[in-house]
Design a protein around this ligand. Structure first.
Ligand code: ZN
Length: 228
């Protein structure tokens, strides 16, 4: 709960927020049009407009509308790569959501897809990560990655940022055994499951079973979600 009370001092500036959305738009506007026949339209607000969600995707006619507000970008623990994962998660809904599917599965698939999307973004916009990346992820980028090292490390730094935001320590690796025991009772998979899913998506591994697990959660403190 401390995360909610945390003072918001911007790590991402308003200018960077807008520039990042423009850069994402340059890649994904033509892709969405070619792949799905949809026109991408961002509804972005630096100042939060909704008390319920901070990002959302909808298909309206031939438009893919992605709502993003600046609240998350203004959290000190959220770096630019994690913000890009957020927007990519919304693109993931546009690409993957099927009517009648469980919300939880939709969220898991959007996370998995988001990691590849973020890697594609950094492949086209190569910059060095500004944040530390856990050793096990650096090693995975060196041995398992089929993308450039710079792009892999950037996405890994975004996953690390998301993990820290949710109080998950990745310094000694990721222990996913909890994901095997605990089901999800919320609309989103639990944060540890989401971290496992982002990592699987980044390295093209199998989708983790935890994104399909529903039922009562034994987690005493459901962490807040980064993306919707
Ligand atoms: Zn979502």
């Amino acid at each position: 709960m401390f995360l909610i009370c945390q003072p918001a001092h911007a790590e991402i500036s308003e200018a960077s927020f807008n520039e990042t959305l423009t850069a994402l738009q340059e890649i994904y506007r033509p892709k969405l049009l070619t792949d799905l026949g949809l026109n991408l339209h961002f509804e972005s607000f630096w100042i939060r407009r909704s008390m319920i969600v901070s990002s959302q995707a909808r298909k309206i006619g031939d438009e893919a509308v992605v709502f993003i507000d600046g609240e998350l970008a203004q959290k000190s623990q959220i770096n630019r790569a994690a913000f890009i994962l957020t927007v990519c998660h919304e693109f993931g809904h546009i690409y993957n959501d099927k009517p009648g599917e469980l919300r939880l599965k939709k969220e898991g698939l959007a996370d998995y897809w988001a990691a590849g999307c973020a890697a594609e973004f950094f492949g086209q916009n190569p910059t060095d990560p500004v944040d530390s990346v856990p050793t096990f992820l650096i090693e995975k980028c060196q041995t398992d990655g089929n993308i450039s090292m710079t792009a892999c490390l950037q996405v890994a730094s975004g996953i690390h940022s998301y993990a820290k935001f949710n109080g998950i320590d990745l310094s000694k690796g990721i222990d996913t055994r909890l994901n095997d025991r605990v089901s999800n009772s919320h609309l989103h998979p639990r944060p540890l499951c989401r971290v496992e899913t982002f990592i699987a998506g980044l390295f093209g591994a199998e989708k983790p079973a935890c994104i399909f697990k529903t039922g009562a959660s034994k987690d005493p403190m459901p962490a807040r979600s980064l993306v919707n």
